[in-house]
Structure formats: structure tokens, C-alpha cells
Design a binder for this molecule. Structure first.
Ligand SMILES: NC(=O)c1ccc[n+]([C@@H]2O[C@H](COP(=O)([O-])OP(=O)(O)OC[C@H]3O[C@@H](n4cnc5c(N)ncnc54)[C@H](OP(=O)(O)O)[C@@H]3O)[C@@H](O)[C@H]2O)c1
Length: 288
């Protein structure tokens, strides 16, 4: 008899995310075991509980989801979970803290519908946040030249360093964008801009968008007014705005949700999967 699908939800926030729980249930999880406010020291016993209860033939019916608003903590939790595994004694695990991996994957997939990313110069505005960092990493992984913009060039340079550890050949540049003319310089020559700024913060003005002659695709991930790129509507999905193909946060959000559900479902196809940004992006490409 097939065993029920059990998902352990490890979340660094006090209360495990309701959003992630609803997606898990909609994706077909039979039993959700939620652990909020999880500490690194608690990971081993919880993971052992998942690994050692069912026999090896049923381990693919148990999986772990790592969420929470703190992405760095999510990465630490993932490392701690992986440390528990040995030989065939493992379960599949998905990292999507703060929705960063699924959102970044959806944004880059939207861009790839219109551009050959290997031949694209891209600017990522607010590339220092959890979502922006993964957008930059995924674009670089696809061979794009990526300009990482931040109010602080040092923060942008730190992110470039982190990405280079994973992708030594990445073509990256750190730029400061603390005013409108610096934003204009940052997008000059780029065919793609992805704005990954905090909710309710406008990063790029109407004038910036209109003056960006090289731009072919503009994607804004902030749904909270004012949106990140003035002139883009949060619901835009491949909307043509003065010759630029535009996506807003909700326009990308539908793909993000599909990827999130598919990633949960994929967890239960094997007991050896580790789904981080690149694996989630690859899954999203298969859904296109
Ligand atoms: N559509 C979806 O499904 C979905 C899912 C998840 C997230 N999101 C959205 O994606 C965006 C990025 O998420 P996130 O969690 O990575 O964002 P975040 O950490 O809140 O902020 C990202 C970056 O925005 C910049 N920033 C913050 N406050 C600013 C200000 N007052 N003025 C100018 N820049 C400011 C910072 O960069 P610097 O300090 O380096 O300038 C920061 O690193 C958010 O708008 C979020 O709501 C969308």
C-alpha cells in the first residue's frame, strides 16, 4: 500500500508560514508536520525522525520543506539537514525561504521567453536582497552579463563575490544606484532589467524606463504600491509598454505559484533530491 505523503515544514519564523502550508496541501501533501521557530540544534533529531521511521522503499514519501523569512538561516538549515543524511538514508528537501528561489526562477523564466540570456546584458536592481541575489545568480548561470545594483556598491560587490564562489566564470559587475542618474547609468546598454526591491519602494522612475533605449524586457517583483518600476502595472504579463515587454509582480506570481507546487510534488518522486535555486529554475523551465 502506498504510504501517505508527509512533508516536514522547517521554518525559522515563530509560526511556520501559512502561505507555504497552503501551497503544500494544494500540491497534494497528505500530512504536514510544521515546526516554527526552528533552531539549528533541533534539526538533527527532527530529520532523523523523517529518515528512520519508514523503510528505504518508502522514504520518497517523506520530504522536508525549508522556509522562513530569513534566507541565510534557511541556507544554514538546509546544510544542517543535509549533514544528517548518509548513504540511502535520506529524504528529499526543498529550500524556498522567503519564496526567494521560486520567485527568482519565475522572473528569469519570464525573461527567457523573450531573450537569449546567454547574449543578454541584464541589470538587477536591489540585487542584494534574497530574491535579487538569486535572480542575479540564475541569470549569470545562464551566461548573461549581470550588473548588480544596490544603494551600496560594497553590498553589491559582496553579492558578486558570493556568486563567484559558486560560478567562477560569472560575468558580474557591482554598481551603485542611490539616485535616478545612477539608475539610468546602471540600465544603459542592458536589454533586461529586473527590479527586486523591497515592497513599496520605487527604484526606477517613468523617465528612467522611457530613456532606456536598449531595454527589451523589464520585470518588477514588487507588488506593493508604489511598484518598483513606475509605469509597470503589477498585473502586467508581457505587456508592451512603449516597445518594452513588461512584467509586474502578479504577472510573474502565477508562474511562481506553479513552480512552487511542482517543486513540492517533485519532492515525492525520489528520496535524494535537494531543490535549491538552480534545480527549481530547471524544473520551472520544464513546465513552460
Ligand atoms: N511575486 C512574488 O511572488 C514575490 C515573492 C517573494 C517576494 N516578492 C517581492 O520581491 C521583492 C524582493 O524581495 P526581497 O525579500 O528580496 O526584498 P527585501 O529583502 O525586502 O529588499 C530587497 C532590497 O531592496 C533594497 N531596499 C530596501 N529598502 C529600500 C529603500 N527604502 N529604498 C531603496 N531600496 C531599498 C535593498 O537593497 P540595497 O540596500 O542593496 O539597496 C534590499 O536588499 C519584494 O518586493 C517582495 O515583495 C515577490
Amino acid at each position: 500500500m502506498t504510504k501517505p505523503k508527509i512533508l516536514l515544514q522547517f521554518d525559522s519564523d515563530t509560526h511556520a508560514s501559512v502561505f507555504d502550508a497552503v501551497v503544500a496541501i494544494d500540491a497534494g501533501v497528505d500530512q504536514l508536520l510544521q515546526y516554527g521557530g526552528i533552531e539549528l540544534t533541533q534539526v538533527r533529531d527532527l530529520t532523523h525522525g523523517a529518515m528512520f521511521t519508514r523503510g528505504p522503499q518508502d522514504l520518497h514519501q517523506t520530504a522536508i520543506f525549508i522556509g522562513g523569512s530569513n534566507v541565510t538561516r534557511g541556507e544554514e538549515l538546509l546544510a544542517a539537514v543535509k549533514d544528517c543524511f548518509f548513504g540511502p538514508m535520506r529524504v528529499s528537501v526543498l529550500l524556498d525561504a522567503n519564496g526567494a528561489n521560486t520567485t527568482a526562477a519565475a522572473a528569469v523564466i519570464a525573461a527567457a521567453r523573450h531573450l537569449n540570456l546567454a547574449e543578454t546584458t541584464a541589470t538587477v536592481l536591489a540585487a542584494t536582497g534574497p530574491v535579487g541575489q538569486r535572480v542575479a545568480r540564475l541569470l549569470a548561470g545562464q551566461g548573461a552579463s549581470v550588473k548588480l545594483a544596490s544603494r551600496s556598491v560594497d553590498r553589491a560587490a559582496d553579492v558578486c563575490e558570493t556568486i563567484r564562489k559558486k560560478l567562477p566564470q560569472a560575468n558580474l559587475a557591482a554598481l551603485q544606484t542611490s539616485n535616478s542618474s545612477e539608475v539610468q547609468s546602471a540600465i544603459a546598454g542592458s536589454q533586461l532589467v529586473i527590479a527586486a526591491g523591497a515592497a513599496g519602494v520605487e527604484l526606477m522612475s517613468h523617465e528612467n524606463l522611457n530613456a532606456a533605449n536598449s531595454l527589451k524586457v523589464a520585470i518588477d517583483l514588487n507588488a506593493v504600491p508604489p511598484v518598483g518600476i513606475a509605469g509597470i502595472d503589477a498585473g502586467d504579463k508581457a505587456a508592451d509598454r512603449a516597445g518594452v515587454i513588461c512584467y509586474g509582480a502578479f504577472g510573474v506570481g502565477g508562474t511562481k505559484m506553479k513552480i512552487h507546487r511542482a517543486a513540492i510534488q517533485q519532492l515525492f518522486t525520489a528520496n535524494s533530491l535537494v531543490l535549491d535555486a538552480e534545480e527549481i529554475f530547471s524544473l520551472g523551465q520544464q513546465l513552460q
